[in-house]
Write a protein that binds this ligand. Structure first.
Ligand SMILES: [Zn+2]
Length: 400
């Protein structure tokens, strides 16, 4: 019955487009034109070179690690089902075993790239993490991933038993629910949190939260100073668990109070503009089609109800994630730009914003103007040059 099916597909595509259009809307004025800014306007030539050399290595390390992981999983998709002969567990138990084996394979393949990244960061004094901590931390994370993949296999293979190829419909919903649950509890999983003790900064944070209509969203400081000097902050949580996390590296004399205020307003801006629920909605827009594609492709192995389809499913999952990366980066850059705009509107401190963004290059070695391919593939934030240009554009418009 071709007609009802194509109507259904058209309807789904239209719904997807409409949802994406709504999610794409931001407070950044449509007619905002960013002035041309050169890296040299913000940092010295030496600082620019140091940052771009630093990031170049990390980009290639990342790209090679992705090639290695996808290559390893492609091999595993072909040869993995052979391990099934050794397994005496039931259908879902065998599927879990194959998934864990695939994950362990990915983990081993990733170690050299992770160690290379740490070596490079330590060489540039951006990390004080030891190699042991990296590998041990990797072990703990691997344990978490094992638990998650077992749960995911339980859900998918459990649903695929009775539903066959239609598991992706409730399956997609369950994964979106899990993403929401994880976002909700994540603030409690961050270690080493303490209150923001600076009275002036706390007062500003409360004032901004009030202005932005997110009263009650508090600020916590995460102690990372023993692991890294790099500055960072994040907006975490959903609804009642929402909070702003500032790394203690931002609270040292390198950064002026006004620069920290810009960070606070940026993170509160993420909450005020509902960026975390929106990110979950974006995730849904990718999770359903992704699950659908996995369901279709794994049919040649009997579908996801069969354990021998698990290695192919794992390969598809990782390959699809990689393919979606440029689009997902474009989405997060768009949200980050809005948070910057909200920070400018809230603090009215474009000079502090410019100084802060320039410091991402001098203190965290962020390439002020990365090559386009790297920007598209790797960068989840606007470039330093673009962020400075937005601060200038805001000032040129005379504020509000
Ligand atoms: Zn942000």
């Amino acid at each position: 019955m071709p007609r009802p099916r194509s109507a259904l597909i058209a309807l789904a595509l239209a719904g997807w487009g409409l949802a994406a259009w709504f999610l794409w809307q931001t407070e950044v004025p449509d007619d905002l034109r960013l002035p041309h800014v050169e890296p040299g306007d913000a940092v010295s030539a030496g600082e620019e070179r140091a940052a771009s050399d630093f990031e170049e290595f990390l980009r290639f390390d990342f790209l090679l690690s992705q090639v290695a992981v996808v290559g390893a999983l492609a091999l595993y998709a072909v040869f993995g089902p052979r391990f099934l002969r050794e397994s005496a567990s039931g259908r879902i138990g065998s599927g879990m075993l194959l998934a864990m084996l695939g994950l362990a394979f990915v983990w081993i393949v990733s170690i050299p790239f992770s160690v290379a990244e740490l070596w490079w960061s330590r060489r540039h004094d951006l990390s004080e993490e030891s190699y042991g901590e990296r590998v041990l931390g990797g072990w703990l994370a691997l344990g978490g991933e094992f638990l998650f993949i077992c749960l995911a296999i339980l859900i998918v293979m459990g649903l695929a038993g009775p539903l066959r190829d239609r598991w992706w419909i409730p399956g997609g919903a369950v994964f979106v629910g899990l993403a929401g649950l994880f976002t909700f509890v994540y603030p409690y999983l961050i270690p080493e949190q303490e209150p923001l003790r600076d009275p002036a900064l706390s007062a500003s944070a409360r004032e901004y939260a009030r202005d932005l209509g997110v009263e009650g969203v508090g600020v916590r400081v995460e102690r990372v100073g023993e692991l890294t000097d790099a500055p960072n902050a994040e907006a975490v949580g959903l609804g009642p668990t929402r909070r702003v996390i500032l790394w203690d590296t931002l609270l040292d004399p390198r950064f002026s109070d006004d620069e920290v205020r810009v960070v606070l307003a940026h993170e509160l801006g993420h909450h005020a503009r509902d960026h975390l629920p929106k990110s979950i909605a974006w995730y849904a827009l990718f999770a359903f089609p992704g699950a659908f594609v996995i369901a279709r492709v794994t049919r040649r192995r009997g579908g996801m109800r069969r354990p021998e389809a698990v290695p192919l499913g794992l390969f598809m999952l990782v390959a699809l994630n990689l393919l979606a990366l440029p689009v997902q980066n474009a989405i997060t850059r768009h949200l980050e730009a809005e948070a910057d705009w909200v920070a400018l509107e809230t603090t009215e401190k474009p000079d502090a914003a410019r100084a802060l963004f320039a410091r991402f290059t001098t203190e965290a070695l962020a390439d002020p103007e990365p090559p386009t391919w790297a920007f598209v593939l790797v960068d989840s934030h606007p470039t330093v040059v673009e962020r400075i240009a937005m601060a200038e554009a805001w000032a040129e418009r005379g504020g509000r």
